[in-house]
Design a protein around this ligand. Structure first.
Ligand code: XIL
Length: 394
C-alpha cells in the first residue's frame, strides 16, 4: 500500500532537518509567532483564553504531560490507538490516559472492521475506545468513513458487478449508520480519506469509478445529516508540502465550500521519514486556514532505517519539532495527533520493511528524545502562542 508514498516524496536529504534541530527550538518559535495568520485582536484573544480555560478544565492530568502543556493554549495533543493494546496492556493504557487529550482509533472505526458482513455490525472495539476517551476526558477523532483501503471484503467482491445506485445506497447507509452510532461523541470525523492521487487527480477507486466526483460532497452531506455538531474533515498525505496534490486538494475544498458542502477542516497526515525533505507544512496549514477552515495534523510519525544512527535521531527530532511548531503557529490548527505513540505497537515495521523507531516512546514505553523535543516546544509555546479552542475557527 505504501510504495507510492516512497516514490512520491521528492528529495531524500536530512541536512535541512539537522539545521532546524541545531537552531534550537526557542529561536525558531520566537520567529514563528511574528506575523501569525489569523492572530486574534486583544478582545478576541481574551475571549479565546476564557474559552480555552473552560475546555481545559475538562482535561487535566498533571502540569507536565503533553496534553496538559498543549491545554495551556488550547491545542489538543493526540495519538492513534491500537485497540488490542488498549484491551491487554495496562502500561499502554496508563500512558494513553495521561499524556493525550485526543484519541483516534487506528483501525477500529474503519468500514472493514465495523461491518465485516454486510448488515452485521461489530462496534465493540470502537465502543471501548470511546468509553475510555470519555472516562479520561479526551476528545475523539473518528477515522474514517470513506477510504479506498480497509474496505469490507463483501464490498470489494462486488466492485465489478455493483450498479452505481446500489453502491450509493450502500455508502449512504454506511455513513449514516456509523455517524449516528457515535452521534455526539465524535469531535472531528475524517469523512473522506486519501481521495487524491499524488499528481493531483482524484484517485481512481471504486467510488470515483461508480459514483463520479460528487461522492465526496455527498459523503460530507450525509455525515452532517447524521451528526450536525461533529466537525467534518477531509484527510490526506503528501499535502503537507506544496505541490500538485496539495494545490488540487486546496482547489477542491474551496469548491466544496462554494457549493455549501458542510466541510469544517482538512487533516494533514504527516507520515514523515528521515530520508525525506522537511515539508513547508506551516505554509500549507496557513493557506487552508485562510479559507476559514480548521486544520489538524492527524497522523505524525517519523520513520527511519534501522538501527537508528545519530544523525537520523537528530533528523527525527527536527521533523517532530517542526511539524508541531507549524501547528502551534496557526490558530486554526486544533489538534496535533501522532499515529501511535510507541514503537511497541507501531504499524511502520510491517508496512515499511527495514524501517522503524518512528514514535516518541520506545518498545518499553520509555520516552525517547523526540518526546522531550515536543515537550520543550509545548512549554515554550505556552508563552505567546495563539490560543485556540475546541471549535477552532468554525
Ligand atoms: C494504517 C494502520 O496503522 C495499520 O494498522 C493498518 O494495517 C493500515 O492502516 N493513513 C491512514 C491510516 O489514514 O488509516 C493508516 O493506518 C495509515 C496511513
Amino acid at each position: 500500500m505504501t510504495a507510492h508514498r516512497l516514490l512520491s516524496r521528492r528529495l531524500a536529504f536530512v541536512g535541512a532537518a539537522i539545521v532546524v534541530a541545531a537552531l534550537g527550538a526557542c529561536a525558531v518559535l520566537t520567529a514563528q509567532w511574528t506575523g501569525l495568520i489569523g492572530a486574534p485582536t486583544t478582545a478576541a484573544a481574551a475571549a479565546a483564553h476564557t474559552a480555552a480555560k473552560q475546555d481545559n478544565k475538562r482535561w487535566v492530568h498533571g502540569d507536565n504531560t503533553l496534553g496538559a502543556l498543549g491545554a495551556k493554549f488550547g491545542l489538543r495533543i493526540g495519538t492513534a490507538v491500537n485497540t488490542d493494546a488498549l484491551a491487554k496492556d495496562s502500561a499502554y493504557r496508563q500512558m494513553l490516559g495521561t499524556q493525550f487529550s485526543t484519541v483516534t482509533p487506528e483501525n477500529a472505526m474503519k468500514w472493514g472492521i465495523v461491518e465485516p458482513k454486510q448488515g452485521v455490525y461489530d462496534w465493540a472495539p470502537a465502543d471501548k475506545l470511546v468509553a475510555f476517551a470519555q472516562a479520561h476526558h479526551q476528545l475523539v477523532r473518528g477515522h474514517n468513513l470513506v477510504w479506498f483501503q480497509e474496505l469490507p471484503d463483501w464490498l470489494n467482491k462486488q466492485y465489478r458487478s455493483i450498479s452505481p445506485d446500489a453502491l450509493r445506497t450502500i455508502l449512504h447507509k454506511h455513513i449514516t449508520d456509523e455517524v449516528s452510532r457515535f452521534k455526539g461523541k465524535i469531535w472531528q470525523w475524517d469523512v473522506v480519506n486519501e481521495a487524491f492521487a499524488d499528481d493531483g487527480t482524484l484517485r481512481d477507486d471504486m467510488f470515483l469509478d461508480k459514483l463520479g466526483p460528487g461522492y465526496i460532497a455527498d459523503a460530507f452531506r450525509w455525515a452532517h445529516d447524521a451528526d450536525p455538531t461533529a466537525q467534518l474533515f477531509y484527510n490526506d498525505y503528501n499535502i503537507e508540502f506544496s505541490g500538485a496534490k496539495s494545490d488540487a486538494v486546496y482547489d477542491f475544498v474551496k469548491k466544496l465550500q462554494k457549493q455549501g458542502v458542510p466541510i469544517d477542516g482538512v487533516g494533514f497526515q504527516g507520515h514523515f521519514g528521515t530520508q525525506f525533505q522537511l515539508p513547508d507544512l506551516q505554509t500549507n496549514l496557513q493557506r487552508f486556514a485562510k479559507l476559514g477552515l480548521n486544520v489538524a495534523v492527524t497522523e505524525v510519525d517519523v520513520r527511519t532505517s534501522m538501527p537508528v544512527l545519530a544523525f537520523e535521531q537528530s533528523a527525527q527530532n527536527a521533523a517532530y519539532s517542526q511539524s508541531l511548531q507549524a501547528c502551534i503557529a496557526v490558530r486554526a490548527c486544533i489538534s496535533y495527533t501522532m499515529w501511535g505513540f510507541d514503537d511497541r505497537y507501531s504499524w511502520i515495521p510491517d508496512s515499511f520493511p527495514g524501517q522503524g523507531s518512528a514514535d516518541i516512546y520506545d518498545r518499553n514505553l520509555n520516552p525517547k528524545p523526540q518526546y522531550d523535543v515536543l515537550k520543550q516546544d509545548l512549554q515554550l509555546a505556552a508563552d505567546g502562542a495563539p490560543v485556540r479552542t475546541e471549535r477552532g475557527v468554525r
